[in-house]
Design a protein around this ligand. Structure first.
Ligand code: HEC
Ligand code: HEC
Ligand code: HEC
Ligand code: HEC
Ligand code: HEC
Length: 244
């Protein structure tokens, strides 16, 4: 105790000396603070600009060690078997525990995690593997959301997957080879959306959705002889398409 007290004494007097210096040199202190704010502010501004809403590579821990590589890769399960609303609506959705139970009622053990992780599926489903009955209360699995566009942006899955004929992998990466944990492949910035809309051609031929528009665009661009069109040409850079 005594030693500690002695050790702190010199620090206290340094601090007092510093305070004295500050009160005697106030103009210098103000100028130094201004410089620090300017340098810090400039870096801060860059950091903000580059990072707002950017969570590329975000790969949080999940309540169950679910591996896309094992399911979509090694076992070849189709993405939309689990994310079935991707072809029907705005969101792709996360499968409910009942979807897991379609297979895991029979598969109680995994090669890498044994029974530990699959037991959590049973827990969530209220399933008792011994009696093979659903005799316990259900508990929702609290998956941690990875992708998260700001509320003022409109993005629709079926529009891209069904109408635009885009592959899941173009936006989400080589998911068949992503083991646990899942990650965000792209930065989801406005620039990312716009770049693709500028460069991606819209497959209009034999696409019922576009018959009328295709005819109109071909007529509009007849003089230039332009017959293929990008998402930009159909209005994909208009602010209101993506912002409410
Ligand atoms: C057996 C069911 C299953 C299959 C098949 C499957 N997924 Fe998933 N997927 C999940 C579950 C469960 C989660 C939530 C846990 C996680 O993020 O790892 C998820 C999460 C995701 C996420 C991140 C969601 C978020 O929180 O932002 C994306 C993107 C995704 N899957 C894409 C795909 C793609 C692409 C395929 C096909 C190559 C696919 N999934 C196949 C079950 C599945
Ligand atoms: C269409 C069938 C199917 C569905 C649906 C399914 N799984 Fe699986 N799952 C498998 C197969 C096959 C294995 C591999 C078992 C092995 O290791 O031999 C597996 C293995 C696992 C493992 C153990 C991995 C290891 O190597 O230890 C976990 C954990 C798991 N699944 C979680 C889930 C979750 C969570 C869901 C629901 C979101 C789900 N599964 C949906 C077929 C399925
Ligand atoms: C054109 C790019 C693009 C394509 C193609 C795409 N996604 Fe997505 N996906 C996104 C974006 C952007 C988000 C974030 C949406 C949000 O936060 O509102 C997302 C989010 C998700 C999520 C999280 C849950 C949700 O619905 O928000 C899952 C799961 C997912 N995608 C699966 C898929 C699957 C499976 C496919 C293929 C059938 C697919 N995605 C095709 C861009 C795409
Ligand atoms: C990999 C390429 C790709 C990326 C990345 C992409 N899109 Fe698209 N987008 C398309 C294609 C192709 C279409 C054409 C489908 C259609 O006509 O509806 C489209 C159409 C749209 C439309 C409808 C435009 C119209 O004129 O009808 C909206 C809105 C949209 N995208 C929003 C987004 C947003 C928001 C993002 C980023 C979060 C995004 N897209 C990222 C390829 C992409
Ligand atoms: C293809 C889709 C798309 C179009 C078209 C689009 N935006 Fe965005 N915008 C986004 C996305 C996605 C974000 C979110 C980016 C992020 O969080 O980093 C965004 C973010 C913004 C922001 C917030 C500031 C920021 O950088 O986060 C503003 C302001 C904005 N957009 C204005 C516009 C204006 C003005 C237009 C028309 C000239 C436009 N946007 C067209 C997709 C789009």
């Amino acid at each position: 105790m005594e030693r500690e007290g002695k050790d702190t004494l010199p620090d206290v007097s340094h601090w007092d000396a510093f305070k004295d210096w500050v009160s005697n040199n106030q103009t210098k202190v103000v100028v130094m603070c201004l410089i620090l704010v300017l340098i810090g502010g400039k870096d801060g501004f860059h950091a903000l600009k580059d990072n707002v809403g950017v969570y590329q590579g975000y790969a949080p821990e999940q309540p169950i060690k679910f591996s896309h590589k094992i399911h979509a890769g090694q076992n070849g399960i189709d993405c939309v078997y689990c994310h079935h609303s991707a072809e029907k609506g705005k969101t792709a959705g996360i499968p409910s525990v009942n979807v897991c139970m379609n297979c895991h009622k029979a598969i109680g053990e995994g090669k890498t995690t044994g029974t530990a992780e699959i037991a959590k599926i049973y827990e969530a489903a209220g399933y008792n593997p011994d009696s093979q009955e659903y005799d316990k209360p259900e508990k929702a699995i609290k998956w941690v959301k990875i992708h998260n566009l700001p509320d003022f942006v409109y993005f629709n899955h079926s529009q891209h997957v069904v109408v635009g004929k885009q592959e899941c992998q173009t936006c989400h990466g080589d998911v068949e080879n992503i083991g646990y944990p899942m990650r965000q492949e792209n930065d989801l910035t406005m620039g990312w959306c716009i770049d693709c809309h500028r460069t991606t051609g819209v497959e209009m031929a034999d696409n019922g959705y576009y018959d009328k528009m295709h005819a109109e665009l071909k007529e509009k661009y007849a003089a230039e002889g332009k017959t293929t069109f990008t998402v930009e040409d159909i209005g994909g850079l208009e602010c209101a398409k993506c912002h409410y």
